[in-house]
Ligand binder design. Structure first.
Ligand code: AMP
Length: 247
């Protein structure tokens, strides 16, 4: 560990920023560095031994995905240290707003971030098309690295500035494959479909822009890979539609 404080002490000095069902996320700010602490806290409803081992496994698999992604050039937060016994990972804090916040729910004008800040794309020198392109490109790099994210939403994409770059977070549901083309086209299509649904439900006005995202993804993975994924994406959409009709 980078310092002598325990993970628990570190959390005690940090600010709780997200409380989820599985994990709590803290922001630890100090003069040396700012970090995000993701703690898979003990679950009372699970047997203690099983709970510890599950939390440990999940942290380890998330860290493995983050490390693989970083080493293959995907923009993800750098892992600072892991305390898998305690179920905690400390990672680089990405000081930016999520794509969900940047898009807001309206088609035009300024949007308000969760912390009340008014966001304006012009002020950071980006437009919606460029943002969509950056997202498509990052997902392509991720898939080319043999990683399936498992929970791609606009909240799990963070825009950082100077220069503008999109980072992918939350690898808690990710899966790794040994080599790029062994990730099935179906898995990659499902990853894209999950994001497509997120765009459709959270940002209805941006459905059209999703095409820009897919075009950028296609350019990056190349025609051969894109054709395989695109065929599966049609199937997955069809299944999704049938499912929502059945209810
Ligand atoms: P997660 O459980 O990983 O999805 O994290 C929950 C929330 O914490 C995210 O939606 C972000 O708002 C925030 N968060 C997680 N990791 C980071 C990070 N590395 N930098 C900035 N914010 C983060």
């Amino acid at each position: 560990m980078a310092n002598t404080r325990t993970s628990e002490e570190l959390r005690g000095e940090s600010q709780l920023i997200k409380q989820g069902a599985e994990a709590r996320v803290y922001l630890s700010q100090s003069q040396e560095r700012s970090m995000i602490l993701k703690w898979r806290f003990p679950k009372k409803y699970r047997h203690a031994t099983l709970d510890r081992s599950l939390n440990k496994q999940r942290i380890q698999s998330e860290v493995k995905a983050l490390n693989r992604a970083e080493s293959l050039g995907v923009q993800v937060p750098r892992v600072v240290f892991t305390d898998s016994r305690d179920g905690m990972v400390a990672m680089e804090w990405l000081n930016g707003y999520s794509v969900r916040e940047w898009l807001g729910s309206k088609a035009e004008g300024q949007v308000k971030a969760d912390d009340g800040m008014r966001l304006d794309m012009k002020s950071v020198g980006i437009d919606r098309d460029t943002l969509m392109q950056l997202v498509g490109e990052q997902i392509a790099v991720l898939h080319l690295s043999g990683i399936i994210h498992g929970d791609l939403t606009t909240s799990n994409l963070i825009l950082k500035h100077h220069p503008n770059a999109v980072y992918i977070i939350d690898f808690g549901l990710s899966s790794l494959k040994p080599i790029t083309h062994y990730t099935s086209a179906e898995d990659r299509a499902v990853d894209l479909y999950v994001l497509e649904r997120a765009f459709g439900s959270t940002h209805p006005a941006f459905e059209a822009e999703y095409t820009t995202l897919l075009n950028s993804y296609a350019r990056r993975v190349g025609d051969a890979e894109w054709n395989k994924v695109n065929i599966k994406l049609h199937d997955v959409r069809l299944r999704g539609r049938k499912k929502s009709m059945v209810g």
